[in-house]
Design a protein around this ligand. Structure first.
Ligand SMILES: [Fe+2]
Ligand SMILES: [Fe+2]
Length: 365
């Protein structure tokens, strides 16, 4: 994840304006609220910092749900647990090249995100704290491919720039992003340009290497999203005050890690190919110039690496987990991913406001 110092323009442009708004207690515009004075107690218990952290997490989970729902409509299992859509058999088949169980995993990941945001919002309400509702920002278009619902979306899966450096970050024994280290991407092409991770219309279903490239992009994107959650929860947990709020973060966070490891494993099965329509190349991760221990596709557990101080022995850990600026880093990472292309200024204001409030939260003794 990038740090707040590298904010994309959309998030950085109106920061000072928003800060002024927050200082006056005006909160973010729209249907999300960050209006409580810092560290004030809510009516029945949790302090404003805990509420701000939970609200940012609720927003992140709503956004995750929106993107997973789009994947599920076209490539997952559509049922009563995750309603909507009727599936795209050609896209689903391409996803199944990565693993025969992909539709089930997509379904289960989608349901998990739904429960995450519903639970966090319900808990906020139980504490007399404001909840998060982003419905007014459901303005982005759906895929026109057969199988997708035609409804407004919060996220855009059709112009993604996917950072696959998690691949080498979790395989490094000597580097840690919390020490300022950077990592090369597994799929360099995905870091440049804008690529669909779902078919934009039925035209994207052929030729076969094109729809497979779209499914491969999705496979690497799944792991990108879930590595973000894997870091976000432990990063924010360090600044919550209430033992019960800490319990919520420590109980949801590791499910993000379960998702991440699943997708980390499946992405390794993405077949090497070049998309004939745009040149997007998925390299053979087991062959030169890649290959070697950093890239081999059967590595799905974290390699031990440096943590806290270089003088300590290496240790197998989640990384990054730096708490300073963690919410803004997550918002920045999702924005850089292209998920919000087409969203309004007001949307970015709300997202920034929620992230700034969460990052202002401090653990109280
Ligand atoms: Fe989640
Ligand atoms: Fe997740």
């Amino acid at each position: 994840m990038e740090r707040a110092s590298k904010l994309p323009n959309r998030l950085a442009s109106r920061r000072s304006f928003l800060r002024a708004g927050l200082a006056l207690g005006a909160g973010a515009a729209g249907t999300a609220f960050v209006g409580l004075p810092a560290f004030a107690k809510t009516q029945s218990g949790i302090n404003a910092g805990d509420a701000a952290i939970l609200r940012f997490l609720a927003a992140a989970e709503i956004l995750e749900t929106d993107l997973w729902q789009q994947y599920n409509e076209l490539g997952g299992v559509q049922d009563g647990e995750v309603p909507g859509g009727s599936g795209s058999p050609t896209y689903t088949k391409a996803l199944e090249v990565l693993d025969g169980d992909m539709p089930q995993y997509i379904h289960d990941n989608t349901e998990d995100e739904l429960t995450h945001f519903r639970f966090i919002n319900a808990y906020l309400a139980s504490q007399g704290a404001k909840t998060v509702d982003l419905d007014k920002f459901r303005t982005l278009p759906s895929s026109k491919a057969t199988g997708a619902q035609q409804i407004g979306r919060l996220t855009n899966l059709m112009q993604l720039t996917v950072d696959t450096s998690y691949w080498t970050r979790y395989r490094s024994r000597t580097k840690n992003p919390d020490f300022g280290d950077t990592f090369p991407p597994a799929v360099p092409d995905l870091a440049h340009g804008k690529f669909p991770a779902i078919p934009r219309s039925d035209k994207d279903l052929t030729p076969s290497d094109h729809i497979q490239a779209i499914a491969n992009t999705a496979g690497f994107h799944f792991a990108f999203i879930e590595q973000g959650g894997t870091s976000l929860y432990p990063s924010l947990a360090q600044r919550v005050t209430s033992p019960e709020v800490l319990r919520i973060l420590l109980s949801i966070g590791p499910t993000e890690t379960m998702h991440f490891q699943t997708w980390f494993d499946k992405a390794g099965n993405a077949p090497p190919l070049t998309d004939p329509t745009n040149g997007l190349t998925f390299p053979d991760l087991n062959a030169p110039p890649l290959g070697g221990e950093d890239f081999q596709t059967n590595l799905i557990m974290p390699e031990p690496t440096i943590f806290l101080r270089r003088t300590f022995p290496v240790v197998s850990i989640i990384r990054p987990t730096e708490t300073k600026g963690a919410a803004m880093a997550a918002a920045t990472g999702l924005t850089a991913d292209g998920l919000f292309i087409g969203q309004s200024e007001e949307f970015f204001d709300v997202l920034r406001g929620l992230a700034e409030a969460a990052d202002a939260a401090r653990k109280e003794s």
